[in-house]
Design a protein around this ligand. Structure first.
Ligand code: CA
Length: 424
């Protein structure tokens, strides 16, 4: 899309604290679903530390927003979504609207933020090539990357019912695991609970069953982005993953950040897809689009922090486990959307795609604990002296992200966080 007045870095808001906000300055305007007390959930837009109730100001907007999910907003053609963004930008920048709108502003920390959409289906990909190499090496030392990786955007169908918004704790799962030295498997709480740093892609307009999505149109089917933590039980995973891939090691819980950052908000931060290493095959024609290669990646910096029970008790700041750029993806978002629908599979508004763990080439950017701790063999030493090979009960994992570009106001995603509770 072309940039417009909503992207102007000089644009300011009359909402206190919004200008220069690390996540939600007026240039961002991400959507969410909130409720106060036990009230009906309803759509909102984030501005600074506040949100604006969109159902309460519906009469001012070019789009009706009364539902308890954003599925119908996701289904809109991008022109209508852009019209809504321009209107909200005007309402929240022009101080003439302050008197009328102030009573519909709420502090984000005073409300409940829900999942933004009713998620029909969830698919997790595996596009982080450094992660694929690191994990592959742990599972198959001689053969880390299978030959299909550079041709097929690898994915598996995940579970939609266990996706929760940021803040909902994750219960340590129980399951079958068989350590290499054991004769037979046993059932019990995972001893190797891990996180995976991922981005989530919210599907907008769907495709009819049987109709593939051409790569040049894939961007029109994306309504927004979030952060996603694909909680993983590595011991269950090692025992169960062959021959059909992840199952109970992954489906017990997935956490997403509650704000939907739109493609429009991210337009200034689009960058070229990094070229493939010399000798790698060119993607098959149905996955190749020149425009997508020129602007299909994002200048987004991702971070992972860990807050342990001991840190919380001592009032210490979370420990940063890793940081790295989102461009470490072997496939673009358009490529995974197109590949998903390439057999005629129907994507629907509100479907969620995970990119797969995004790791950097170097250790400071590894996107999971099993990579950082070399499969648990070398525990990570935290700033307060604690060590972690895998997550303990009481640990809170926090994903954040910031998009930035020269001459543009940086925007963020808000946190994707959750604490680990003991097994039941
Ligand atoms: Ca994953």
């Amino acid at each position: 899309m072309t940039l417009d007045e909503t992207h102007d870095p000089a644009l300011t808001s009359w909402v206190a604290g919004a200008d220069g906000h690390r996540d939600f300055p007026i240039q961002n305007l991400p959507y969410g679903i909130f409720s106060i007390d036990d009230d009906r959930p309803r759509p909102c837009v984030a501005i600074g530390d506040h949100l604006l109730d969109l159902s309460a100001i519906s009469g001012l907007l070019p789009v009706e927003l009364h539902e308890t999910t954003l599925n119908s907003l996701f289904a809109l053609a991008s022109e209508r979504r852009i019209a809504l963004r321009r209107k909200l930008s005007e309402l929240l920048s022009d101080p003439g609207h302050r008197a009328a709108l102030t009573r519909h502003l709420h502090r984000q920390d005073a409300v409940t933020l829900h999942l933004p959409a009713a998620i029909g289906d969830y698919t997790d990909f595996y596009v982080g090539i450094h992660h694929a190499n690191n994990i592959g090496r742990q599972f198959r030392p001689d053969n880390p990357l299978l030959p299909n990786y550079k041709y097929v955007p690898i994915g598996y169908h995940g579970r939609a019912s266990s996706i929760r918004p940021s803040g909902v704790p994750v219960v340590r799962p129980k399951g079958q695991r068989k350590p290499p030295e054991a004769e037979t498997p046993a059932y019990g709480p995972t001893g190797r609970l891990d996180y995976e740093l991922e981005m989530g892609v919210w599907i907008g307009r769907g495709n009819d069953l049987g109709d593939p999505i051409p790569i040049g149109e894939a961007a029109d089917h994306v309504a927004g982005f979030c952060l996603l933590n694909d909680w993983s039980a590595r011991d269950f995973q090692a025992w169960e993953y062959q021959p059909l891939g992840p199952f109970l090691a992954k489906n017990f819980h997935t956490t997403v950040s509650p704000w939907v950052v739109t493609p429009e908000a991210l337009a200034p931060y689009r960058i070229a897809q990094p070229p493939r290493p010399e000798g790698d095959p060119r993607p098959l024609p149905y996955l190749w689009d020149d425009r997508d290669q020129q602007a299909g990646a994002f200048a987004i910096e991702l971070e992972v922090h860990l807050l342990t029970e001991a840190m919380r008790a001592a009032g210490q700041a979370p420990h940063r486990l890793s940081h790295g750029p989102a461009k470490n993806m072997y496939w673009t978002v358009a490529q995974i959307v197109t590949h998903h629908a390439s057999n005629g599979c129907n994507l629907q508004p509100g479907d969620l795609l995970g990119t797969g763990t995004i790791s950097a080439a170097t250790e400071d950017g590894y996107g999971s604990l099993t990579e950082l701790s070399r499969g648990g063999a070398q525990p990570v030493r935290l700033a307060n002296g604690e060590e972690r090979a895998f997550l303990h009960d009481g640990d809170e994992l926090i994903l954040t992200a910031s998009a930035s570009a020269e001459g543009r106001a940086p925007i963020g995603f808000g946190a994707c966080r959750a604490m680990v509770l003991p097994a039941r």
